[in-house]
Design a protein around this ligand. Sequence first.
Ligand code: AP5
Ligand code: MG
Length: 214
Amino acid sequence: MRAVLLGPPGAGKGTQAIRLVEKYGVPQISTGDIFRANIKEGTELGKKAQEYTNSGQLVPDELVVDLVKDRLMQDDCKNGYLLDGFPRTIFQAEELDKFLAEQGQKLDAVVNFEIGNEILIERLTGRRICKKCGAGCHVKFSPPKVEGVCDKCGGELEQRKDDTRETAESRLAVYEESTAPLIDYYSKTGTLKNFNGDQDRDKLFAEIVSVLGE
Ligand code: AP5
Ligand code: MG
């Protein structure tokens, strides 16, 4: 299974990726997670990416494309992968197409989450992430049993730096301008599958699986 999860910030890409990884046995490649890990570790890449991710702007293409290509060459991607948050620009999509052609591969599907901005802002500003295990939850939609404490490992929950209202709004604007054109790009290739992102997470998962296949 080689698939792209496409959708605005907060659409539920990461939430569905966790379920899809388990179902299809392929890794989730989240460029956002890769940048956040590098920022935490203080790597050169992290230092370069930080100012963009914190303000909700896209990290420049030249810092993203080779990173993803290298990741896709690793052994665990042999049987497929789920790209979460990549591609995000037409340039990145074209580079991915070139890479796939070189490898004699193709995408099976582009899973596109459709959802309105109001609910996205509510999802982003209410999201909390465990400092220790990285699990996500939501203060209203999937609240932890004890406020501020991760249900899974007991770690401390924190808010992502870019999940403030102001930065969330910038991210939605950046999505409209740079990433939404990919819907048209992929609809021309016949790989685009649209889903209603504003529904129960388990129902959405079942719908995605019914389209991608068992
Ligand atoms: P990234 O980490 O990819 O962030 P994003 O695209 O803004 O997406 P999110 O992770 O915020 O949302 P999601 O769709 O995963 O939603 P989630 O499942 O968590 O990128 C961060 C930054 O890195 C970018 O701004 C950019 O700077 C940089 N970057 C990354 N990739 C790049 C690239 N390719 N090029 C350039 N720069 C790049 O869900 C959100 C919340 O909603 C959660 O709390 C969840 O519990 C809740 N929720 C989920 N589903 C449901 C549901 N069905 N019902 C109710 N609540 C739900
Ligand atoms: Mg995510």
